[in-house]
Design a binder for this molecule. Sequence first.
Ligand SMILES: [Zn+2]
Length: 274
Amino acid sequence: MKKFFIDPGHGGTDPGAVGNGLQEKDLTLKISKKIRDLLEGYENVEVKLSRENDQTLSLKQRTEMANEWGADFLLSVHINAGGGTGFENFVHTSASNASIAHQNTIHPEIVKLLDFTDRGKKRKNLHMVRESKMPALLTESGFIDNTVDAAKLKKTPYIENIALGHANGIVKAFGLKAKGPEKLMWGKTEFKKGQIGRVTILKPINLWTEDEEGKLQMVRILQPDDQFRVYGFREKHGGQYDVGGGHWVTKMDGYIRYETPSKALLAQSAEVYK
Ligand SMILES: [Zn+2]
């Protein structure tokens, strides 16, 4: 399990940088929440935000939260101000090798999704990257007091791209694996493509296959409680269920129980496997 602590800069009584009708605290929260949503699409990932809403938190509270939680990585999200333009990010002046490696991986992933000026990978003695016990990075995505940058920051797709760049960088830095599609379940087992039902063995009964001449050959004797997915039915040999892999189970009252899934599950199956 990898634990990512995302810190939306400022909040509550501290708006952060302000300009062009924007407040840094709102933008950092939007970006951070989006990063969380994106990272949650990966396996073995836990994400915690220092704040989920417009809350006042000291820098000390933020790093203590991350340290106590035992995060594997801290990302502090900020928007710049003070007469410049573009994107830059910071590790501490005496950053660990891990912090520097993550900065090297994450920086280009953000830059390539945005048309911000690349101000580079930097080092600075900042609280968030100094007091955190884990590798840490602080990003400054654009200048709120620059009209060109602010115009970009006002667009939701641009904010989403900033978040995507951060998430992609983290995914790459930590080698995260995307979650596979959700399996379609029928009770405790997966409902597979082409499946029409299932058969449960009640009394010992033969499992059949066919030789080249179409003659039945016994594969083995099935035991009570064995369960098979059913993919078809044929009238031959008194009625047989196709249990996949060229194998058949004969329909014999008292020896097997056949069940069909609900209409809802079949409809879902048609949708998932179309
Ligand atoms: Zn800030």
